[in-house]
Design a protein around this ligand. Sequence first.
Ligand code: ADP
Ligand code: MG
Ligand code: ZN
Length: 486
Amino acid sequence: MSEYEAGNWEAVVGLEVHTQLLTESKLFCGCSAAFGAPPNHNTCPVCTGMPGALPVLNRSAVEFAIRAALATNCRINPSSRWARKNYFYPDLPKAYQISQYEQPYCEHGSVTIEVDGEQSEVRLTRIHMEEDAGKNIHDAHADYSLVDLNRSSVPLLEIVSEPDIRNAAQAVTYMRKLRSIVRYIRISDGNMNEGSMRCDANVSLRKRGSSELGTRTETKNMNSFRSIESAINYEIERQAEVLNSGGSIEQETRLWDPNQGITRSMRSKEEAHDYRYFPEPDLLPLDIDEAWIAKVAESMPELPDARRARFISEYGLPEYDAGVLTATKELADYYETAVGEHANPKAVSNWVMGDIIRIANEAAVDSEPDFSAIPVSAPRLAALVKLIDEGTISGKIAKTVFEKMVTSEDSPADIVAREGLVQESDEGKLGGIIDELLSANPDKVEEYRGGKDKLLGFFVGQVMKASGGKANPQVVNKLLKEKLSA
Ligand code: ADP
Ligand code: MG
Ligand code: ZN
């Protein structure tokens, strides 16, 4: 066991998360911000950096940003400034990125996360708006690279956390929470594999009990939750090994290599002064007044934390259920539609948390389930639960019906009728089966009457089997008890 595992070191993690905003047009020009157009199709003199072209701020990008601030309890600054971050790269035709530096539009927020039943708070240092760069394509040709500027100047938010995260699991939970929030408030699709949500992970170690921060590395290039988790764990172990052998950590930028499962040194860390930040002379300060904030606040939907609390109070669900069901807006919507059709909140929750999530996972393309396209619709699920609650089918038969619903569009009632799966509650018929069973097992009947109560389960099982799973368990139990005590 390494010294790290023995608890000598505490990991400290802070994340910088970039989220692409789903506005129709770009941040400073009217070009479409849509993903997937032919290369360099969505471009104009502004976003290709032609001399003399002037930026004009996209109002709806600011409204999206305000929603993000409200959803993360940030304080919105009445006035913030645009800044030029200067660097040269082929995907950045102006040779500077318009960003916010000294005065971001909002600060001092917080996001609550829960890992293994334990809640903690991740404070947000700030969120700022900036424009995205284009995209270099290196692997299309052997001896030259291509540049696609469709993404150039698409609006981004950069969400910077305080170093409040202590392990990889918390980091992933925090990212999931942010993704859930941006999707709830409809400002980003949050797709990590398309790069519309990306994160840089700053990781350092310190002696347990110390309150000083150690030297950090910043790891880039993780495009899935799994790679964020692996990269942070790798970096914690790597740093622990260096420190345990008497070495020191270099402040540097590292790259996650998903194929080898390691982080690699990319460059020594850049400092802010390397970018020669200065106020953007072509844009006015960004002023956001109270009236504008109030107007955006009116259009805010219910957020994940509030919805979770409401699921507990309104439906009487356990905290655990409420957390699972509200983690994505689509699943929460699905649940509420189903409960709206048939008001048995806990039974519906059990189905959603069990079989519905299972089939969504099975249908998932990139390991992320799509809860907006669950093969069994919410009204059909509700109809199934209703059949159980009305005593038409048993819970066991319902599982069979459910599997048939996954592969067809038929209603559960049709499937039950067609397959002859209606529950048998007729006391005469069930009594007949029981009489036969008891006379075939006189010794077991004796044992039961002699006090071996556990045998009741055996008899129930046999009746269920003999009825092809269709016997109503309550009726079977009642009849068995009567006949066995006779
Ligand atoms: P930059 O990386 O752009 O230079 P910052 O200094 O603002 O910018 O830090 C960025 C991120 O690094 C923040 O999320 C912050 O919480 C985190 N961070 C800063 N110092 C440490 C540290 N010693 N260990 C882990 N994370 C840190
Ligand atoms: Mg950084
Ligand atoms: Zn443009």
